[in-house]
Design a protein around this ligand. Structure first.
Ligand SMILES: Cc1ncc(COP(=O)(O)O)c(C=O)c1O
Length: 483
């Protein structure tokens, strides 16, 4: 049994976590962040590790400080990333798995979580619409899930690469839109495909890949001796929240015998919604999907599924190393439950449990309502932006990304031109600095396709109300009206 002092420490810590990292962190009257420069923060945290340990009371103080100076991503005014809000059931699951320290390589090590992962994967595969089933696994984030897609697609085309390396392959080419997530290039670099062999397909004004441009690029690469093997389509792009036309892209992939992966890390949640799932029309035709329940569906970080339509154990064949100390072939149970060799990891956290528990508690219908509510709230915000003087939408939102400019009174009479654009470009960074130093909220901004910096609001959490949307616009005006 754990020592009494361990139990006491945990009891005290849990009380503090509930008070500071849960109750206070989600209280709208509290700050979203307490800004300090790295130098100030180093002083405040006293980071040096010493030969002798510190008393427990001091350690609890340190925990309190860690919470205090961290960004409260569960705060109702945190809109900075593609995740937000507190999901209590998945938090309970996180506590349990961290207390138990399971690892998902073999059934003997993680019987419960292996079965739960299988159950969640089955349900997601069904939701994607692969009637004949499929395969998959949960990974440490969407970037990694996308990397799996590249590796699997390459393996299907050139299985000999696993043993012989890249020299066994011709010059391979991947296609993805200009709006895709950067993890596609990172994966290409990591895998030795090379970032120059990631061909960037233009997107239309709404940020959707242009299928005719994809087709032209495939032909052009082929004519130069390259070998196309995969197309990555994005469902819910990072900045604009755009959905690539999956059905049309699937036609092109079928014609050219290319693996079609859909990065639905952000947008996959629309599949839960009868009202919005048409955004991913054609998803049942694709070869693989990445989907992060830790984004729109609010599971605790990290929770990312990689799903594959293949039923020939491609994941296993592509990644297996058959370590004899883990995957003995003469075990006393059904070895198909030893799923670890599908993964490039050895130890792997049972992230699926976080999603399984919340799905059990909320049911599919509440998950669906969550998505619908977020998109209704994004619509409300977009309508408010259209109504208010000094605010301008970059485009009508299709999903939960609402992109807009704030134009301070001093710029409102300037004609649109280089001077106006230059001044507008400087507005969002200053407003962002001010909101962080005040701690009132966090909203992201970025330059995009040569346009002046604009804000990207991400509306996810069911904690968020119309008053919070109004607050964001009022606060941006209040922080930027003198610029
Ligand atoms: C479209 C898209 N794909 C992939 C990712 C990467 O996911 P993760 O942060 O879990 O690595 C992101 C992150 O925001 C994303 O927006």
């Amino acid at each position: 049994m754990a020592h009494l002092w361990t139990l006491l420490l945990l009891k005290q810590s849990l009380t503090m976590i509930l008070e500071d990292a849960v109750k206070k962190a989600t209280d709208v009257r509290q700050k979203v962040c307490e800004w300090h420069s790295p130098e100030e923060l180093k002083e405040l945290l006293d980071l040096e590790l010493r030969d002798s340990g510190e008393p427990e009371a001091r350690i609890l103080e340190r925990c309190r400080d860690a919470i205090r100076y961290s960004v409260k991503t569960t705060h109702p005014h945190f809109f900075n990333q593609l995740y937000a809000g507190l999901e209590p059931y998945s938090l309970v699951a996180s506590f349990i798995t961290d207390a138990l320290k399971p690892s998902l390589y073999t059934y003997e090590m993680s019987p419960v979580f292996t079965l739960m992962e299988n159950a969640v994967l089955r349900k997601l595969i069904q939701t994607v619409g692969w009637e004949e089933g499929g395969d998959g696994l949960f990974n440490a984030g969407g970037s990694m899930s996308n990397m799996y897609a590249l590796n699997l697609a390459r393996y299907r085309h050139f299985p000999e690469i696993k043993e012989l390396g890249n020299s066994a392959a011709p010059r391979l080419a991947v296609f993805t839109s200009q709006e895709c997530h950067y993890s596609i290039s990172k994966a290409a670099a990591l895998m030795g495909i090379g970032t120059k062999n990631v061909f960037v397909v233009p997107s239309d004004k709404r940020g959707k890949m242009t299928p005719s441009a994809l087709e032209e690029q495939i032909e052009s690469v082929k004519s130069e001796g390259g070998v196309p093997f995969m197309v990555n389509a994005t469902a819910g792009t990072t900045v604009l929240g755009a959905f690539d036309p999956i059905d049309e892209i699937a036609d092109i992939c079928e014609k050219n015998k290319l693996w079609l992966h859909v990065d639905a890390c952000w947008g996959g949640a629309v599949l839960m919604s009868n009202k919005h799932k048409l955004l991913m029309k054609g998803i049942h035709r694709v070869d693989s999907v990445s989907w992060n329940p830790h984004k729109m569906l609010m599971a605790c970080l990290q929770c990312s599924a990689f799903l594959v339509r293949d039923k020939t154990h491609l994941l296993q064949r592509c990644h297996s190393a058959r370590a004899s100390y883990l995957f003995q072939q003469d075990k006393f149970y059904d070895l198909s439950y030893d799923t670890g060799d599908k993964s490039v990891q050895c130890s792997r956290k049972p992230d699926a449990f976080k999603f399984w528990l919340m799905w059990k508690a909320l049911g599919t219908s509440e998950l669906e309502q969550r998505v619908d509510r977020a998109l209704t709230m994004a619509r409300y915000l977009a309508d408010e932006i259209t109504k208010r003087e000094g605010f301008r939408l970059v485009m009508e939102p299709e999903y939960a990304n609402v992109c807009f400019w704030y134009i301070p009174p001093s710029l409102r009479d300037l004609p649109d031109g280089p001077e106006f654009q230059e001044k507008l470009h400087n507005v969002a960074p200053v407003v962002k600095e001010r909101m962080m130093k005040k701690g009132s909220m966090m909203v992201g901004y970025q330059p995009h396709r040569g346009q002046a910096n604009f804000f990207r609001m991400v509306v996810i959490s069911p904690q968020v109300s119309r008053q919070d949307m109004d607050f964001v616009l009022d606060e941006i005006h209040s922080l930027g009206k003198d610029l």
